[in-house]
Design a protein around this ligand. Structure first.
Ligand code: ZN
Length: 387
């Protein structure tokens, strides 16, 4: 093994697997073969839960001692949408003008390919064994409900005595240039439904009815008017966004009996679940007075806010990025949630992957050069971590 491993070839093989959540699509089998050949011990785990689809996952480790660096990621992808709208078929892994096309190119089969290529090179340069342990924790349930993926996989690993020291998750968090951003935390996410109850009746006789639409609009505007906070030292402001108003009334001359509005809150470290819900309910109650009959149905959430304090490990990642790309990455907590929210309960986690511009979009794609550069960054992380 003298020639460097090719992240582009690995990425193309992965992209040809149609692994739309919750389907495995051959992606984990491909990784299993490659990892086994490299000397990893590989476990394939299928997790189930009533009401959700079974999902396959993979855990692979090489080495038995500390320090233990975990590479985390997901091989599942979101659906491609209208395949005809793509300039290259979404699972063809075509390369045109130095750009690799395919669903999952940046989110995040590309980064998994880079981690794998970097690991193969690092091992080849070190007699086939790390000075510690390297593992791959790969889920097939990141883009879905995330029930039968990372949470169960991490629990399973902990139960068999796996101890992780640090994790690099490969989500595509760079904004416009490879190396501009490292993610150290994420805001939390909480869904809710605002329900206002009135009294059904004929529109021509409103005095005999009580239209819940009035109360709903009043409460909605109260909740939208006032910001939840002004942001914190590490996070952007929290935000409440209504996503749907649901009355479902097909009749033109009927005042409905109930009106609902769905919303999502992205919240920062000024709040925890309980204080956030209390704040929203307090504001709704104030707007409602004793006129509007209302309640909020809160959905269960597994997306709490978290922050990974900078450490020598962060320095290893920042240093590798700077050395390879010449950029000093911004330490960020922006954007949506990721599986880092589960991993952080087991070890410090830093997120660094490709550029996110085309994630989940038609014509998701990655410049071949970015795959090569990211592989160099991961290789540098490995070399410096196991020095
Ligand atoms: Zn992702």
């Amino acid at each position: 093994m003298t020639s460097p491993a090719d992240p582009v070839a690995i990425a193309r093989d992965l992209l040809r697997c149609p692994s739309v959540t919750p389907v495995e699509g051959g992606a984990l089998t491909f990784l299993e073969t490659l990892l086994k050949r490299t000397g990893f011990t590989v476990h394939r785990m299928t997790f189930s839960e009533p009401g959700t689809a079974d999902v396959e996952n993979l855990y692979a480790r090489i080495g038995a001692s500390a320090p233990h660096l975990m590479f985390a990621g997901h091989t599942d992808v979101v659906p491609p949408g209208d395949a005809k709208a793509w300039s290259h078929a979404p699972f063809s892994a075509d390369i045109a003008d130095g750009v690799l096309y395919g669903r999952g190119a940046v989110d995040m089969k590309g980064a998994i390919a880079c981690k794998l290529a970097a690991t193969l090179d690092h091992l080849a340069a070190n007699g086939g064994k790390p000075k510690g342990s390297i593992s791959f924790l790969i889920t097939g349930d990141e883009e879905g409900v995330a029930v039968n993926g990372s949470p169960k996989l991490l629990k399973w690993a902990a139960a068999r005595g796996e101890m992780f020291d640090h994790c690099v998750l490969g989500e595509p968090g760079n904004v416009s240039k490879l190396g501009d951003t490292i993610k150290l935390g994420r805001r939390g996410s909480q869904n809710g439904v605002l329900v206002v109850t009135g009294k059904m009746g004929h529109v021509a006789y409103p005095h005999r009815a009580d239209n819940p639409v009035r109360g709903l609009v009043k409460l909605m505007s109260a909740l939208m008017d006032e910001p939840l906070d002004a942001g914190s030292a590490k996070f952007d402001p929290s935000n409440l966004e209504f996503t749907s108003i649901d009355i479902g009334n097909p009749t033109v001359n009927l005042i409905p009996g109930e009106a609902r509005a769905r919303f999502n809150i992205r919240f920062n470290d000024c709040h925890d679940y309980a204080s956030l819900k209390a704040l929203v309910e307090q504001r709704a109650a104030k707007a409602a007075g004793n006129k509007v009959k209302w309640k909020i149905d809160w959905e269960p959430s597994n997306a709490d806010v978290f922050y990974t304090e900078p450490s020598p490990f962060t320095e290893v990642v920042v240093g590798a990025v700077a050395e390879v790309t010449g950029r000093k990455p911004k330490l960020s907590t922006s954007g949506g949630t990721s599986d880092a929210r589960f991993i952080k309960d087991y070890c410090p986690v830093v997120e660094f992957g490709l550029i996110g511009t085309t994630m989940h979009a038609t014509d998701e794609r990655v410049p071949v050069k970015d795959l090569q550069t990211l592989t160099e960054v991961y290789r540098k992380i490995l070399d410096n971590y196991f020095r």
